[in-house]
Design a protein around this ligand. Structure first.
Ligand SMILES: Nc1ncnc2c1ncn2[C@@H]1O[C@H](COP(=O)(O)OP(=O)(O)OP(=O)(O)O)[C@@H](O)[C@H]1O
Length: 879
């Protein structure tokens, strides 16, 4: 029944069969249902343009010849090409009734085809076989059970023909009603008016055979829904249409009991009706038809085309179907120039609005307006939207939360890294100072060197540091009015007094001699004040405070109970010199070396002391050495660049000859002075002692050492240790330190390392004098090793004890300089390639166990020589 479409339903005694053109663009037919003659009679390999079906048969319009072709079983319709067929006739429309088939010709052979206003319709079957010539262009035909109707293309009016007696439809056809489309049913016809309303006519109610059946539900097919429709189809006694608004199906008329109902809420592309059976094609990507009504398959497994392919472009109100969803199929039509047009939906449901209009390729889209929901669909949609939003919000919140955590982790990590790098950077030698520090260093250095008039310290700056400001009265009172009794020493420009502050702290107060050069005094005062308040190391003399009171400039230090190294070595008390045995002397050397090493390597920018001498190496209550007197000190080049050009200053006998002659000042000048101190320690001689023929200690000692007469330089006051290896090493270090060319001298870190090894070697000798252990380098503290304190305070080891110290060896603890606990030491150790590590002479407790005397000097040379080519290069470049 009805008009040609991409889907068709046959009916009859054997039940309904659904046939449809495959959606893959092949135009081949698939049929499903109970009637075997239709299902199995389908020409599987013949492509069709469109389909129609009647009682027990189905027909299609051949794609290649545009002729009808039928299959199934009907005694009135010839299976195959209906006969008689006009040779060469071609058709554009097909429609099948119960027992007949009609087709609308496209080319009219043998008839006056010059007249374009003439249409020819050929019909075959029961009482229908005839050719109908119709005046006027016919755009569509639709077959009822025993009748047919056509629609004129121009005026859109309908005309019908067939068995009026049986159908009673023909006479009822409206004459002047303009229709967009028609759909004939059993005994009625429905048409879509121009305003999209549906109009039906016929006499279904009066069907005698049906009125006797108890299985019929009442319903008048002529009472149509008010909804606007895009298309309509007719069954035996019912009709169905696709609503313009939402493309959902609406059915009306008689329905057999036990029929399944038309689906609700389902958008459809196409509809087709048999007698009591209707099928629709859901507008879903699967394109699988569903059917309802009486008997027959309800869900079909084949994807079918949603419409017929046409060669004309889609007219207004239609959009071109694009087969997006079908897997493996890119187009719905076989011919490249044909297309499939689907009717646009019109308007949107009350609680929605048109979010995009129908265009050439897509139907219009309606969106629910959640502010005026009326339907359940709208409500559930809005609810799900809300939940979605909530979910999205939650997901968004979660993302933010995760991002925050990640950010926090990154922040903490970055801060940690920055802090670590900063600390490392600060601990490193000044070669890696930041540019700002370099600038600061340069400016500070400049002000010390050039600006002799700069006498006013930045008090705020000092407050930030650790120096405390004292009043003159307070210090005067502490030192008993700077009495002679309290004076503990005298330098070129200052006297040093012992004092006791109000809180009981014993201090040394350095007071400038008034008669001395005011500018020089002032400069040294500020240099010392500035430097000492910056520096902090266990082996540097701590500045406690200052007094800058008009003409009085005083510096307050920790009091060093045992005076200076000079006093011990060259003082009037010979016992003092004796008590300073080898272990104590070397320990003092190591500690002083550490202090100087700190100034060179770890102060930032580096500090060149310029006045290293035995009188500036003080000894505290616990016999720890402290480097003092920074009055001449200068801030060195932070970037290890060219040496400073400085007028020589310092003390005769300790002065670096290169610095003295060329005015080139580097940290190696301090190394030279320290070398002199080492020679003083070994020999007990002053740096310059005119009572000897060779008054200069360097000129006297170095040739002797080089000549192998090392014993000749050893202090005769002390007896020689049984193992001289350590002292030999120290002599070799001293020789290196006092080399003429600064660049040939070792850096202080190498000197310190070599001295530490020498000390360890010395401690490993039969004499087990417990050394004055160095304090740990903990800034601002001078912690003593407990055990060491015990030993150092209770034992007064004499030279004689050196010979029988084996027993004590087990008591020997790895001296703290071996496991020097500061970062700086470990860094230093890294930079000085450990000879001991290389030759395996280090015990597990860190002591060097010594080597043969014969290679002592050579190994010392190696020990303090640059450990790597890069280091060598660095030394050469910088010094
Ligand atoms: N903090 C101190 N505790 C104990 N004695 C000290 C202290 N500071 C200095 N002395 C003693 O005072 C002496 C003089 O020290 P000062 O630094 O003024 O001069 P110097 O370094 O010996 O000579 P110059 O000033 O010519 O370089 C030192 O040699 C030392 O014996």
């Amino acid at each position: 029944l009805g008009s040609m479409a991409s889907i068709a339903v046959s009916y009859g005694e054997d039940g309904p069969v659904f046939c449809g053109l495959n959606s893959d663009g092949s135009h081949l037919v698939s049929c499903f249902g109970a009637d075997a003659s239709v299902v199995y009679g389908v020409p599987l390999s013949i492509p069709f343009i469109g389909l129609t079906a009647g009682d027990g048969f189905a027909c299609g319009l051949l794609l290649d010849t545009n002729q009808p072709y039928c299959w199934g079983s009907n005694s009135y319709v010839k299976i195959g090409v209906p006969q008689p067929m006009v040779e060469g006739a071609m058709y554009s429309e097909l429609s099948a009734g119960d027992n007949h088939l009609c087709a609308l010709r496209t080319s009219v052979k043998g008839i006056d085809d010059a007249n374009a206003e003439t249409s020819v319709i050929d019909c075959w079957g029961y009482n229908m076989t005839a050719t109908h010539i119709v005046t006027g262009a016919v755009s569509a035909i639709s077959a009822g059970s025993v009748f047919n109707c056509g629609l004129f293309a121009r005026n859109r009016t309908v005309f019908c023909w067939g068995d009026e007696t049986v159908s009673g439809v023909i006479g009822l056809a409206p004459r002047n009603v303009r229709l967009q489309s028609i759909g004939a049913g059993g005994y009625h016809v429905c048409g879509v008016l121009e305003n999209a309303q549906v109009f039906c006519w016929g006499r279904s109610l009066e069907m005698q055979q049906m009125s006797t059946s108890s299985t019929i539900d009442e319903g008048d097919v002529n009472i149509v829904p008010m909804d606007a429709m895009v298309s309509v189809v007719g069954g035996r006694f019912h009709a169905c249409g696709i609503r313009s608004l939402d493309h959902q199906v609406a059915c009306w008329g008689f329905t057999l009991q036990k029929s399944t109902l038309a689906p609700k809420g389902l958008r459809l592309y196409a509809l087709v009706a048999g007698d009591y059976f209707t099928c629709g094609l859901p507008a879903e990507t699967s394109l699988k038809p569903i059917c309802w009504g009486h008997s027959g398959p309800l869900a079909l497994p084949v994807a079918v085309s949603p419409g017929i392919c046409v060669s004309d472009s889609c007219s207004r109100g239609y959009y071109k179907y694009a087969n997006h969803g079908e897997v493996g199929s890119s187009k719905a039509c076989k011919h490249a120039n044909s297309r499939l047009c689907l009717p646009c939906s019109v308007g949107c449901p009350g609680d929605s609005y048109e979010s995009s209009p129908c265009n050439a390729t897509a139907d219009r889209v309606c969106q629910f307006d959640c502010s005026r929901c009326a339907s359940d669909d709208c409500m559930s949609f809005c609810l799900s939207q809300k939940q979605n939003k909530n979910h999205k919000f939650m997901a968004f919140q979660l993302r933010i939360f995760v991002a925050e955590i990640v950010f926090a982790i990154i922040l903490v990590f970055s801060v940690t890294v920055i802090v670590c790098l900063y600390v490392r950077h600060k601990l490193r030698c000044c070669r890696q100072c930041s540019k700002n520090e370099l600038r600061l260093a340069k400016s500070t250095s400049y002000s010390f060197r050039k600006d002799n008039m700069k006498i006013q310290p930045d008090v705020d700056d000092l407050k930030i540091r650790r120096a405390q400001e004292f009043s003159y009265e307070e210090l005067e009172q502490a030192t008993g009015g700077f009495s002679e009794d309290s004076q503990v020493g005298k330098g070129s420009f200052s006297c040093v007094f012992k004092g006791v502050l109000r809180d009981g702290t014993v201090v040394a107060v350095k007071r400038a001699i008034k008669a001395s050069d005011v500018k020089k005094r002032s400069k040294e005062f500020h240099t010392e004040l500035d430097l000492l308040s910056r520096l902090n190391h266990a082996h540097l003399l701590n500045l406690l405070g200052y007094c800058d009171d008009g003409s009085e400039r005083l510096l307050v230090y920790e009091f060093m109970a045992h005076g200076s190294l000079y006093q011990h070595l060259h003082g009037t008390d010979p016992n003092l010199k004796k008590r300073l045995n080898w272990a104590r002397r070397v320990t003092i050397a190591v500690q002083a070396a550490r202090g100087i090493e700190y100034l060179h390597g770890y102060a930032c920018p580096p500090v060149i002391h310029r006045d290293i001498k035995s009188s500036n190496i003080l000894i505290d209550e616990e016999h720890n050495a402290r480097v003092a007197d920074f009055g001449l000190s200068i801030l060195g080049p932070a970037d290890s660049g060219a040496p400073l050009s400085e007028l020589p200053a310092g003390t005769l006998g300790y002065l670096d000859p290169e610095y003295y002659r060329l005015h080139y000042l580097t940290t190696k000048s301090d190394v030279y002075s320290f070398g002199v101190v080492l020679l003083e320690i070994l020999s007990g001689r002053k740096a310059i002692d005119m009572q000897f023929e060779e008054g200069n200690i360097v000129e006297w000692a170095v040739p002797l050492i080089k000549a192998g007469d090392f014993y000749a330089i050893l202090d005769p006051v002390l007896s020689r240790p049984s193992d001289l290896e350590a002292l030999k090493k120290i002599a070799a270090i001293a020789c290196k330190c006092v080399r003429m060319r600064a660049k040939d001298r070792p850096s202080m870190d190498k000197v310190t390392t070599a001295l530490e090894r020498a000390l360890a070697l010395l401690m490993g000798s039969p004499c087990i004098e417990q050394p004055i252990l160095p304090t740990e380098v903990v800034l601002g503290s001078s912690r003593m090793h407990k055990k060491v304190s015990h030993w150092s305070s209770n034992q007064s080891c004499s030279e004689n004890e050196l010979a029988d110290g084996d027993d004590h060896r087990i008591e020997y603890r790895a001296p703290s300089w071996i496991t020097f606990p500061s970062v700086t030491s470990s860094q230093r150790r890294k930079s000085s390639a450990s000879e001991a590590d290389m030759d395996g002479r280090t015990t597990t407790d860190g002591r060097n166990v010594g080597s043969s005397i014969g290679d002592g000097l050579r190994s010392l040379e190696e020990e303090i020589s640059p450990s790597s080519p890069q280091e060598n290069l660095y030394l050469q470049h910088n010094f």
